[in-house]
Ligand binder design. Structure first.
Ligand SMILES: *[C@@H]1O[C@H](CO)[C@@H](O)[C@H](O)[C@H]1NC(C)=O
Ligand SMILES: *[C@@H]1O[C@H](CO)[C@@H](O)[C@H](O)[C@H]1NC(C)=O
Ligand SMILES: *[C@@H]1O[C@H](CO)[C@@H](O)[C@H](O)[C@H]1NC(C)=O
Length: 818
């Protein structure tokens, strides 16, 4: 009975049970991506719908040649749930789609996208244009004329890009047919489309999944897709993990997006860096804190807008939206006080229009937050709607009136009954409520003449009487009428707010940027990062760089510099004993470069980064081994990628090449690959190779060229002990120091000595003998004594048993002679 109790509107007691706000905080809803692709004559048209924010994303028609590199990248990043395309399509695309739906392709257990084909006529250009223009979008104010609407749509949709328009047409048809996200709603409910968002991938730096993994940009087991963030899972040690100090969900999402899309657009990168530089100034510290405080209140607006579009708004949504809008106004006002020379501040100052004020004041004027929550129903403030006010006054006045009725009822009742009241229960109506007397035990005791027994609850017996029936007919609908009227008002409010959804979407977009940049500022300040500078020449120069993750784990971290350029050599061959820090150095170069390309400050004293168009790596990691492929196969695969795709603007990192194969094969392949790049001369990428193949250097397998610089990790032999300085220096490591490392690991010294002896013999091409081999003198002696014994035999003696001599004398001594 407790549920009934809680919504009982009684004339005598009206104690509503508040519903905790937390119930409305469902911030983590997984989104699904529905993508439509068309590829024609080397041009790609691509668009997708994200159920998370009910937005359609599109890219203007972009060139993508036969290998569909761009498409591959987008699919990897977005990881669509479903891909739609025309049934009439090119063989290249068919093959491609076939491949990604093929389990043999490494989809990292993420499931395959569903591939859907629609007839080509569904993608007709004119049909598609009509479909777009005739659709009702909630963000288009109802007062706009048809012409205004077309003008408005053509400002956000690229009608000049035929492939995208055709893809959009197909996608809209698909969404309607599938009722994506609204499968369970009535047939009149349309898939909500709250905004159109453009994305561009023209200046993206190529970084493959393997590189993301070995550089620990994302924790390996979490797929880095922007849209598939495994919520609740703790991010382990990763670049994303340490950089992410975002205050709102949208900042986190954008941070992942920036990490997925390192860019070559220096204008864009410098814009980001300008903001960080401004926030890092000591006098702006307070501003940073103020902004971050506001950002905390930015909630899941797209989710709320989606619910509004579906008329599923929850009572808590109104307060949440109000708070968010209010905080957005605070953010704007703060940005208005900041220098408008910084573009982001300027943009926020202007694009966060007074529509925000309109939305905030509309909500606060209409919605009674407290009553809404306590009654779990959208409740309107007084003085909004006179009809509602009038009805509510009636309902309030009911209290006295009902007491009056109750007095009359009591008069008619048995004298034994001490008191009674009249209560109203929604959907049931008015009831007479009488306390249960000690004598009333059985159901038959409840019967009272002239009254219909209804139910017993909390020792109160409830009845219908002639008077309550009369009340029902006169007043019973009052409560429902109020609710209906309030719901009607809510729909109007929803429509008004949806018409302003453009400003709300802008808020989310720019607040996310602000959040990420503030987050990068915090990291830069706490760890003493510096601003990277971009250079038009082919250089990577880093002074005293640090590994951003290792420096947080190690007590002391030795900084190292990098100088890759035409004058200092673009190919670095790094030799040195195991565990001297070669791999860390390689990853550090990769990470610092990567961070610069997302517009972050970097862990170095100075950094100058030339145009970089790709980072290619072959660095061993536990993950790649666990895939079950032979490491050498992966080696070859990754190296082939680098050889085929790297340009003079690329960074190539190769660690322990050929680990899984025999030395000769590995060594010759590595030498061949490096020679190939050396021959490229000015087209040679920035290459960093860490290797244990010291013979690569000793045997002079590479031609003499200024392109190659040999580096090694500085070590010092202190008696038996090898001391690592983790400091890079020019030169070649001649000894592997394996012996010293073995000693450190506790290997017996006799074994180590023998190991050194053997490797020396090997190196000089001499035969290796067993350790239990006797000396030359001893051998000679044994030989002599055997010969003496043989000569002393009397071969004429018929009794002589030669067989016995062989088995007893010759064979046993053989091993000590030969
Ligand atoms: C580079 O980024 C800026 C915005 O930051 C943009 O205006 C410009 O068009 C971009 N350049 C290219 C070539 O895409
Ligand atoms: C690079 O070359 C390889 C061939 O080894 C190819 O499979 C790959 O798709 C190319 N593109 C990229 C971006 O790696
Ligand atoms: C260095 O360690 C790797 C294993 O990580 C091993 O395969 C290699 O032989 C070692 N090299 C030397 C010179 O100790």
């Amino acid at each position: 009975m407790s549920i009934l109790q809680s919504c009982k509107m009684s004339a005598t007691h009206c104690q509503p049970i508040p519903i905790p706000l937390a119930e409305y905080e469902d911030e983590h809803e997984q989104s699904e991506i529905y993508m439509c692709i068309l590829w024609f004559a080397g041009e790609l048209g691509i668009t997708y719908y994200d159920t998370g924010d009910c937005s359609i994303y599109f890219m203007t028609d972009a060139p993508d040649n036969e290998d569909l590199k761009l498409l591959h990248r987008i699919i990897d990043e977005v990881f669509p749930h479903c891909i739609l395309t025309s049934a009439k399509q090119d063989y290249t695309l068919a093959k491609f789609l076939n491949n990604i739906a093929d389990p043999a392709e490494d989809r990292q257990g993420r499931g395959k996208p569903e591939i859907v084909f629609y007839p080509n006529t569904d993608f007709g250009l004119e049909v598609s244009k009509q479909r777009i223009l005739s659709k009702q979008f909630s963000f288009i104010p109802s007062h706009m004329t048809a012409a205004e609407k077309i003008l408005y749509l053509s400002s956000i949709i690229p009608f000049e890009s035929p492939l995208v328009i055709r893809a959009l047409g197909g996608l809209l048809k698909f969404l309607d047919r599938r009722k994506v996200g609204v499968e369970l709603e009535g047939s009149n409910v349309e898939v909500p489309i709250l905004s159109f968002k453009k994305f561009a991938l023209t200046d993206i730096v190529h970084v493959d999944q393997d590189t993301y993994c070995v550089l620990q940009v994302f924790k390996s087991e979490v797929h880095p897709s922007v849209y598939k963030h495994a919520s609740g899972k703790k991010e382990g040690l990763s670049l994303y993990g340490i950089l992410n100090h975002c205050k709102c969900k949208w900042g986190e999402k954008l941070m992942r997006l920036w990490l997925m899309r390192p860019t070559r657009n220096v204008t864009e990168l410098n814009k980001r860096l300008d903001v960080i530089q401004f926030f890092l100034l000591a006098q702006n510290h307070e501003t940073v804190l103020t902004l971050q405080d506001c950002l905390k209140n930015i909630k899941n607006v797209p989710m709320i807008l989606k619910r509004m579009a579906l008329s599923n708004t929850k009572v808590g949504d109104w307060q949440t939206l109000y708070k968010t809008v209010y905080s957005a106004i605070c953010l704007r006002d703060t940005c208005r006080s900041l220098p408008s020379t910084i573009e982001l501040f300027h943009t926020i100052s202007h694009i966060f229009t007074d529509d925000l004020h309109y939305v905030a004041s509309l909500i606060s004027k209409v919605v009674d937050f407290e009553a809404s929550i306590s009654e779990n129903h959208f409740t309107v403030r007084p003085n909004v709607d006179p009809i509602i006010d009038e009805k509510k006054r009636k309902l309030m006045g009911l209290s006295d009136f009902l007491t009056d009725v109750a007095r009359k009822e009591l008069h008619d009742l048995d004298n034994q009954i001490p008191s009674c009241s009249v209560v109203y229960i929604p959907l049931i109506g008015f009831l007479l409520s009488i306390p249960q007397l000690p004598t009333m035990l059985d159901k038959s005791d409840f019967e009272i003449k002239g009254l219909d027994f209804m139910f017993l609850s909390e020792e109160q017996l409830h009845y219908r009487s002639a008077r309550t029936k009369e009340l029902d007919s006169v007043l019973g609908d009052l409560h429902c009428e109020i609710r209906d009227q309030e719901t009607l008002l809510m729909y109007q409010l929803q429509t008004k707010i949806l018409e302003k959804s453009t400003v709300l979407n802008n808020v989310i977009e720019y607040i996310a940027q602000l959040d990420v940049l503030l987050s990068l500022t915090v990291m830069a300040r706490e760890n003493g990062y510096t601003r990277p500078h971009f250079s038009p020449s082919q250089i990577i120069r880093i002074k005293d760089g640090r590994h951003p993750l290792m420096e947080l784990c190690a007590k002391t971290f030795v900084p190292n510099s990098v100088d890759s350029s035409e004058t200092s050599g673009q190919i670095k061959i790094l030799t040195g004993p195991n565990s001297s820090g070669k791999s860390i150095y390689l990853k550090q170069v990769g990470l610092i470069t990567f961070m610069a390309l997302i517009g972050s400050y970097v862990p170095a004293a100075e950094a100058q980064i030339g145009a970089v168009d790709g980072i290619y790596t072959r660095i061993h990691s536990r993950e790649s081994v666990s895939l079950g492929l032979s490491t050498f196969m992966i080696d070859l695969n990754q190296i082939a990628k680098a050889v085929n795709n790297a340009t003079e603007k690329s960074l190539v990192l190769i660690d322990e090449f050929g680990k899984g194969t025999n030395t000769v094969d590995g060594l010759s392949l590595l030498a061949a690959v490096l020679k190939y790049w050396i021959r490229q001369a000015t087209q040679c990428p920035h290459i960093f190779v860490a290797t244990n193949y010291h013979t690569l250097v000793q045997l002079r397998l590479l031609p003499e060229t200024h392109l190659v610089q040999y580096l090694t990790m500085d070590t010092h032999q202190d008696g038996d002990e090898l001391v690592f300085f983790y400091q890079i220096k020019e030169g070649v490591s001649t000894v592997s120091h394996a012996a010293n490392i073995a000693a450190l690991a506790g290997m017996p010294s006799k074994v180590i000595a023998r190991g050194l002896e053997v490797s020396e013999l090997l190196r000089n091409g001499k035969p290796i003998r067993r350790t239990d081999h006797s000396s030359k003198e001893k051998q000679l002696e044994n030989c002599k004594s055997l010969v003496d014994k043989f000569l002393s035999l009397d071969l004429d003696d018929p009794q002589l048993d030669l067989q016995a001599f062989m088995t007893q004398e010759v064979l046993p001594s053989a091993s000590s002679i030969l």
